[in-house]
Ligand binder design. Sequence first.
Ligand SMILES: NC(=O)c1ccc[n+]([C@@H]2O[C@H](COP(=O)([O-])OP(=O)(O)OC[C@H]3O[C@@H](n4cnc5c(N)ncnc54)[C@H](O)[C@@H]3O)[C@@H](O)[C@H]2O)c1
Length: 262
Amino acid sequence: MASPDRTALVTGAARGIGLAIAARLAADGLRVALLDLDRDAVEAAARGIGPRAMALVTDVTQAKDVDGAIARVEREWGRLDVLVNNAGITGRSFPIWELSDEDWQRVIDVDLTSVFVCCRAAVKVMLRQGGGRIVNIASIAGKEGNPTLVPYSTAKAGVIGLTKALAKEVATRGIFVNAVAPAVIGTELLKQMEQSTVDLLVWSPRSRWAGSASRRRWRRWSRGSPRRSARSAPAPCTISRVGARPTDSAGGARYGRAARWR
Ligand SMILES: NC(=O)c1ccc[n+]([C@@H]2O[C@H](COP(=O)([O-])OP(=O)(O)OC[C@H]3O[C@@H](n4cnc5c(N)ncnc54)[C@H](O)[C@@H]3O)[C@@H](O)[C@H]2O)c1
């Protein structure tokens, strides 16, 4: 059983992976703060988890608001043991020549700068209390690089680099920092992307081991215009069959123990 005094904060916890993580931490006995900018959804999510959950309506790109949210957790619950940096967007999935400065900046702000801002605020609390755990949700896009997702792949690669550097900074102070790099999981996130990109993400891990038809389709896609040729081809399988669980981890585990809440 986890200590009843342990607390966690999960960003982007109104739905999807973040909500599942928050529910799991609560089931393990932690108090959980669910942070999201979607007020209605995050309040409903916190109510669904129960009285030991708190909803925080905050935009992770706003450093002052993040500082305020983390200060509130410390004020109300006395400590912050676990931070999960999960909030994220893919942004529009288009080739680089069709992206605007705003497309790039928004994804970098939400997916990368927010992780810096949240880690900075949480580490100050964790240093005072003598330890903590941070888990950053990266993506396989950050390890492999996905076409039509240049900003997202760049931001997630940045999250992996940030995780490794921070893990080395704080491991000797009882703070362990890790990252997880999931492949495709069927959440609302996928609606932000063109169907051709989603099809590609589903095919690409599959094409490593699937038969020659899949490999031929992958090669055809790689040669042609992504948007035109992928749209005209049928999807080989459903998302849930391909990636229902994280497939890889990419973090500072060498510099600390793997994340443990208890
Ligand atoms: N679903 C996948 O296939 C997949 C794969 C690899 C990595 N990931 C990563 O997992 C994380 C969660 O993804 P998901 O699939 O659950 O997405 P989702 O879209 O279902 O949920 C993301 C949540 O983040 C919140 N959010 C977005 N911008 C925010 C902001 N500025 N401030 C606060 N909250 C914000 C949204 O309101 C939403 O509730 C993301 O970092 C994503 O990049 C997802």
